[in-house]
Design a protein around this ligand. Structure first.
Ligand SMILES: [Zn+2]
Length: 72
């Protein structure tokens, strides 16, 4: 194996490590956050099941949507 090949395989290992670290992070934060990104209150299990990618609790989400409508 040439030095170049070793370098390449090390880069590959590094890439794999980064990829799996990302996957773990994604699994921890997705699907759905346990806590509201806005107020930090826990998001109910029912809401998380209904909207797995919800980042906000139902309160903040409706406020957010209401605001979005105001400025639309
Ligand atoms: Zn909230």
């Amino acid at each position: 194996m040439s030095e170049r090949d070793i370098e390449r395989s090390e880069a590959h290992v590094e890439e794999e490590r980064e990829r799996s670290a990302r996957a773990v992070r994604a699994a921890v934060t997705r699907p759905g956050n346990a806590e509201c990104a806005n107020c930090g209150k826990p998001i109910s299990e029912a809401r998380r099941q209904a909207a797995p990618f919800a980042e906000r609790c139902i309160e903040c989400q409706s406020r957010h949507e209401w605001k979005a409508r105001q400025y639309a």
